[in-house]
Design a protein. Structure first.
Length: 461
C-alpha cells in the first residue's frame, strides 16, 4: 500500500470513527427523558393552560422550563430558608437544541412577563417626564432641585449588555431583573468581551450574594445586596460551549438544562381551527400574569417545606449526589448540590401560584404535597439532562486528576490525622505534597472538614 493510500485510509477511518461517535451521541441524546405527562395535569392553571397550547412533548417541556424562569423573576415579596440561608424563587433555565428544533417556544414563555415589563417601562417614562418638567420649573425660578432623578426600571435586561449596564439595571430594579434570550449568542458574546464579562455577576446572583462595582472615571460605588436575577435562555450546543467553555466552570451547575434533538419532520403551519394564534393567546396570558404579580406584591409569602418533604428532599438528593460522584467524579457533584436549591425554588413558585389561584392571603406557606411531588419529578428530569450536558462539555486539566482524587478520598477513614493521609498518598505512588493538595481540594468540595481537636473528618453530603 502506497503512502498516499495509507493516508487516505487513515482519513476514512477517522471519519468513520467520528460518524460512529456522532451516532452514539445521538442515541444518548434521544434517550433523555421528557417531563412526564402526569405533571401537566396537576400544574397550576397559568402553567397548564400555557403548556396545553403546544402539541409536542418537547415544546411543552421547553415552555414549562422557560416559564418557570420568567415567573421566578416576577415574584416579589416571596422568600424561604434553604440550608440556613434566606433565598428567593429565582431560577436559571437553559434550553439546548439545534436550530429550528422547537426551542423557539421560549419566546412565548417570555411573553408572560411582557405586560409587567411594559408597565414598569411606562411608569418609569412618566416619572421621568414629571421630573424633567419639575427640573425646568426649578431652573427657571433659580430654585434648587430637591427631587432625585427617577430610575428607569425594566423587567427584562438585555443579554448583550455590558457588566456595568447589567448591574445598573439590577440596581434600578431594586435588585431584581430577568435576562431572557432566544439565542444564547448574545450572552456568550458579552461574556467574551472585557466590557461585557458579567459571568461573575451571574454566579453571585444565583445565591443572592452581594454584587458591587466601582465606576471608573465617575468615582461611583454601586452595591446590590441580595440580588434577585432570573435567567431563561435557549441556544445550540455550540452556544453553550461559547458561554460555558468547560464543565468545571462554576456557571454550569447554576442552570437547569433541557436538551434534545428534534426529528427531521415538517410541521403543519396552517392556522389553528380555534382561530386564536399563539401571539394573541399569550398576550392575554401576560395580562393574567400581571394580576399574579400584583397579588405577590400585596400578599408577602414566607415559604417552607413540611417535615416529611424535607426528609424526602434530603434522602433523594443524597442518593443522587453519590451516584453523580461515582459516575462522573467530584467536580460534577456541584450539579446535584445546586439542583437541590433550585428544586426548593420550583416548589416555591408552584405553591405561590396555587396560593394565588385560591385567593389565599396567608403569609406562612407550607408546600402542598402535590406541588412538592411535581418539583421532585421535574428535578429528576433536569438532573439527567444536566448530567448529559456535563458529560459532553470539555474538561479542564483539573478534571484529569479527578479519578485519583476520588480514590484518595475513598481510601481515607471517616476520621483521620494527616499521617493517615500521607500513608494513603504513598500507596497511590504520589508525592507527599499531593496529599496536602488533595486534602485542600476535598475541603473546598465540601467533602472534608478540619476538626477543632486536630485532623480531619469526612462530611456526609
Amino acid at each position: 500500500m502506497s503512502k498516499k493510500e495509507t493516508q487516505e485510509k487513515a482519513v476514512q477511518e477517522k471519519a468513520g470513527q467520528e460518524k460512529a461517535a456522532q451516532i452514539l451521541e445521538g442515541n444518548r441524546l434521544s434517550k433523555l427523558p421528557v417531563i412526564h405527562k402526569s405533571v401537566y395535569n396537576i400544574l397550576p392553571a397559568l402553567l397548564k393552560e400555557g403548556a396545553d397550547r403546544f402539541e409536542s412533548e418537547r415544546e411543552k417541556d421547553v415552555f414549562l422550563l422557560g416559564s418557570l424562569g420568567i415567573i421566578s423573576g416576577c415574584m416579589r415579596n416571596t422568600q424561604g430558608v434553604y440550608d440556613q440561608r434566606l433565598v428567593f424563587p429565582n431560577i436559571y433555565a437553559f434550553v439546548v437544541a439545534p436550530p429550528a428544533s422547537g426551542k423557539g417556544v421560549m419566546v412565548y414563555a417570555r411573553m408572560l412577563g411582557e405586560a409587567y415589563h411594559n408597565r414598569m417601562l411606562f411608569s418609569s417614562k412618566e416619572a421621568l417626564k414629571a421630573y424633567e418638567a419639575y427640573r425646568k420649573e426649578m431652573q427657571a425660578g433659580n430654585q434648587p432641585i430637591a427631587m432625585e432623578k427617577p430610575a428607569e426600571q425594566v423587567l427584562f435586561i438585555p443579554g448583550n449588555a455590558s457588566a456595568a449596564a447589567v448591574i445598573k439595571h439590577l440596581k434600578q430594579g431594586e435588585g431584581a431583573g430577568i435576562i431572557c434570550e432566544a439565542e444564547a449568542d448574545s450572552l456568550a458574546n458579552s461574556f467574551s468581551q472585557d466590557w461585557g464579562n458579567f459571568d461573575d455577576v451571574v454566579r453571585n446572583a444565583f445565591q443572592h450574594e452581594t454584587i458591587s462595582l466601582t465606576r471608573k472615571g465617575e468615582g461611583e460605588f454601586v452595591e446590590i445586596q441580595q440580588p434577585r436575577l432570573s435567567i431563561a435562555i435557549s441556544g445550540t450546543p455550540g452556544q453553550v460551549r461559547a458561554m460555558v467553555p468547560t464543565a468545571e466552570n462554576g456557571l454550569f451547575s447554576r442552570f437547569l438544562y433541557y436538551t434534545f434533538e428534534a426529528p427531521v419532520k415538517w410541521r403543519d403551519v396552517s392556522p389553528r381551527k380555534d382561530g386564536v394564534n399563539h401571539t394573541e393567546f399569550f398576550k392575554e396570558m401576560s395580562e393574567r400574569m400581571l394580576a399574579f404579580v400584583d397579588f405577590t406584591h400585596a400578599s408577602p409569602t414566607e415559604f417552607t417545606l413540611s417535615e416529611s418533604q424535607w426528609k424526602w428532599l434530603n434522602r433523594q438528593f443524597e442518593e443522587w449526589l453519590f451516584k453523580t460522584y461515582e459516575a462522573m467524579g467530584m467536580e460534577a457533584t456541584s450539579i446535584t448540590k445546586r439542583l437541590g436549591l433550585t428544586t426548593f425554588r420550583i416548589a416555591m413558585i408552584l405553591s405561590v401560584l396555587r396560593k394565588y389561584e385560591a385567593g389565599n392571603m396567608v403569609k406562612q406557606l407550607v408546600c402542598d404535597d402535590t406541588d412538592f411531588e411535581t418539583a421532585m419529578t421535574l428535578a429528576a428530569t433536569f438532573h439527567e439532562h444536566a448530567n448529559y450536558m456535563y458529560s459532553v462539555l470539555p474538561k479542564t486539566e483539573t478534571n484529569a486528576g479527578d479519578q485519583k482524587l476520588r480514590i484518595f478520598n475513598d481510601l481515607l477513614p471517616d476520621k483521620f490525622e494527616t499521617k493517615a493521609a500521607l500513608e494513603v498518598i504513598s500507596k497511590l505512588g504520589l508525592k507527599e505534597r499531593s496529599a496536602y493538595n488533595y486534602l485542600s481540594s476535598l475541603i473546598s468540595l465540601g467533602l472534608l472538614a478540619k476538626v477543632p481537636s486536630g485532623g480531619y473528618e469526612k462530611l456526609k453530603l
